[in-house]
Design a protein. Structure first.
Length: 367
């Protein structure tokens, strides 16, 4: 049987013109080189004082970094910004998840910018103890405020320690004030110790509540009520107005059970709706009255001085802990000591004392 002849196809494909690149290679190289160029501390300070948001964000990133070289640069920036700070009103806002903090801050922030204020929102997100991550999604819920040229929103993770909230947020306040922001709003979730840290860095502490979330008097059992300068019942709209007013009466009664504050201010309760904006103006008027009272009796300035001393001691504690865990000899001993404790060979307290004794011994030895 004769074999079949194979014929080459008459259809032939010629090499076409290569597709143009979507992005110019030169542009990519230029952007990459620009990214590698890190501005100096002096350049960042100059940008911050001029109100440059990019310079402000870069400086805050340095403050939040745990890199030792970044820390030195951040300290230099903060020292330069310090003479231009302390010209703002610092307001702490807390409440349980779902109380409507982000929606309230957006409505409140928009009201302040309409009055000619420059508002910086520092949202402290709790870090997961399992994944060690943080969502940092508060900005997505403030669609209108984020577009406002007189507002700046910066979410940051709390980290694993109370000191984590301390250094980052406390120093970020200073940088934001130097950039010309006259109202600083600090948001924190009312869980753990984050609200304790925030309370010790603000002038006015606002506690958000909602009605119908169980017995309103449960709130007085928590230490957070003692810190609050005002309680605002949020979501007072539609069918919940009656419940919100009832909750307001209950909380007012509860507040009278607490001892008088050193500031001379009597904590008050009010209702508002972040959706309809009812009661938002009254909240700001209440804060203005508090500031006028405390500045008049000098408590405002005394409190800020006491807060500075508190953060001095907190920073020392945090730095000592960091130095201890970063010591190379301690890092070597730590794993074996942890195993010994785990196996029941030594008590945790004895092991801790031994590690500390060795740490102080290493520190005394000449390097």
């Amino acid at each position: 049987m004769a074999s079949k002849k194979t014929h080459s196809s008459a259809l032939q494909e010629k090499a076409g013109i290569s597709q143009p690149e979507m992005i110019s290679t030169l542009s990519v190289e230029h952007i990459q080189q620009f990214r590698k160029l890190q501005p100096s501390a002096e350049e960042l300070v100059e940008g911050i004082l001029a109100g440059n948001i990019t310079a402000l964000s870069r400086a805050i990133t340095l403050v939040e970094s745990t890199n030792s070289t970044h820390l030195a640069k951040a300290n230099s920036i903060i020292n330069e910004c310090l003479p231009h700070a302390n010209q703002s009103v610092r307001i702490g806002i807390t409440g349980v998840p779902g109380v409507g903090k982000s929606t309230f801050i957006e409505a409140f922030g928009k009201h302040l910018t309409s009055l000619g204020k420059k508002v910086a929102v520092l949202a402290v997100d709790p870090s997961s103890t399992i994944s060690h991550g943080s969502i940092l999604g508060d900005k997505t819920r403030m669609e209108e405020l984020v577009k406002d040229p007189n507002a700046y929103i910066r979410p940051s993770a709390s980290g694993e320690t109370l000191g984590g909230v301390a250094r980052k947020t406390r120093e970020t306040i200073t940088i934001c004030e130097a950039a010309g922001f006259d109202t600083i709003l600090i948001e924190t979730v009312g869980v753990g110790q984050s609200e304790t840290a925030v309370h010790s860095m603000v002038d006015f502490f606002l506690l958000l509540k909602i009605s119908g979330a169980g017995d309103e008097l449960q709130g007085i059992k928590r230490g957070i009520m003692e810190m609050a300068d005002a309680i605002v019942i949020n979501k007072a709209d539609g069918d919940t107005i009656k419940k919100a007013n009832l909750a307001k009466v209950e909380f007012n009664r509860a507040l009278h059970l607490f001892p008088a504050k050193k500031s001379g201010w009597t904590p008050t309760t009010s209702t508002c709706s972040a959706i309809t904006h009812n009661g938002i103006h009254e909240v700001w008027e209440m804060i203005v009255k508090y500031i006028e009272l405390t500045q008049g009796n000098n408590y405002f300035f005394e409190k800020r001085s006491a807060q500075n001393q508190y953060w001095l001691l907190e920073t020392i504690n945090e730095q000592l802990k960091t130095n201890f865990y970063n010591h190379p000899e301690i890092q070597k001993l730590l794993e074996s000591t942890k195993k010994a404790v785990q196996n029941g060979e030594i008590s945790p307290f004895t092991a801790a004392n031994l590690l500390l004794e060795k740490y102080f011994k290493y520190k005394k030895e000449p390097s």
